[in-house]
Design a protein around this ligand. Structure first.
Ligand code: CP
Length: 326
């Protein structure tokens, strides 16, 4: 167990070592148990978290805000458009000034080529930890919650378990690529054999793919890329199928939508789930385009763990904040 995480940022998935992630999970399970028993756990009394959003959120906002209150502190919800950022406040100002007001700064900024840089620049000027509530490259807290959920459903020894990370069709908007990228970075460290499936235009960042391959090699796990959803689902233990935009192919929303519309049959339905193992779990970070990305039958079915997954956001975030913001 590596317990000295005080003052640490969490921006990219590999910022914490495997042992540090294991510590986060142990603390998260303890906090989950304490909440279930109604035991007080005010580890962050009088501490305040700034939550700066450049993009909409349901789960991330709710779980960070509730988490800080349950830890005895407070979270301040700040929308970028109601700040002076558009009138000249820079990342340096944000880091310096919010670092003096708050005990942690959490940011969601998913704009392509801008978000991750923004978070890192704020972190450079901040005296308090900076947390990534999702950028265009990574969504680390989502993936910690996913890992916690997988271990709850499949056990802590995940070696030889097959996880499919698949693209799926959506019509609502071009979703960021951060979730699949974070999944392929983090999951090999915990023994999962990952199969990544997507149509050719939906490839992920080459540097992230290289890192994922290196992690898989280091931890002696499988990492395969296919362009067929049915093939990927075969004998899977974990099905994680969600949409993302063809952002490495085009950043033009109209062109992206036209490409996306070629693949409307990439939906998770009961026929496809039947290709996976009988006890395979279905995962999605939400929001999902119901009956477009995934059928309601699958999403509300007995193999779906989407609500446990959403709940675990609360517990892992409380664990990271408790360990870093003390
Ligand atoms: N999964 C997730 O990050 O949800 P929100 O976009 O609602 O925060």
């Amino acid at each position: 167990m590596q317990t000295d995480l005080r003052g640490r940022n969490l921006i990219g998935d590999l910022d914490f070592s495997k042992e540090e992630v294991e510590t986060v999970l142990e603390v998260a399970w303890d906090l989950k148990k304490k909440r279930a028993l109604g035991e007080p756990h005010s580890y962050l009394r009088d501490k305040v978290l700034a939550m700066l959003f450049f993009f909409s959120s349901t789960r991330t906002r709710g779980s960070f805000e509730a988490g800080m209150a349950q830890l005895g502190g407070h979270a301040a919800f700040i929308e970028s458009r109601t700040t002076q950022i558009s009138h000249g406040d820079t990342e340096k100002e944000l880091g310096e000034i919010f670092g003096r007001y708050f005990d942690g700064i959490a940011i969601r900024h998913v704009d392509w080529g801008i978000g991750n840089r923004y978070l890192n620049l704020v972190a450079e000027s901040s005296r308090v930890p900076v947390f990534n509530m999702q950028c265009e490259i990574y969504h680390p807290f989502q993936i910690l919650a996913d890992l916690m959920t997988i271990m709850e459903k499949k056990g802590k020894n995940l070696r030889k378990r097959k996880m499919v990370v698949s693209w799926a069709y959506a019509s609502s908007y071009l979703k960021p690529i951060s979730v699949p990228q974070s999944l392929i970075l983090q999951m090999p460290r915990f023994g999962l054999d990952v199969v990544l499936a997507h149509p050719p235009e939906f490839r992920l960042m080459p540097e992230i793919m290289d890192q994922a391959r290196a992690e898989a090699k280091k931890f002696h796990t499988g990492f395969e890329v296919v362009d067929n959803m049915d093939e990927a689902f075969k004998d899977a233990d974990i099905v994680y199928a969600k949409s993302w935009g063809p952002l490495l192919t085009t950043q033009d929303p109209e062109k992206g939508k036209a490409i996306q519309d070629r693949y409307k049959n990439w939906i998770t339905d009961s026929r496809r789930m039947a290709l996976a193992k009988e006890d395979a779990i279905y995962m999605h970070p939400l929001p999902a385009d119901r009956d477009v990305e995934v059928t309601s039958e699958v999403m509300d079915g007995q193999n779906s763990v989407v609500f446990d997954e959403a709940e675990n956001r609360l517990h892992v975030q409380k664990a990271v904040m408790s360990l870093t913001m003390r």
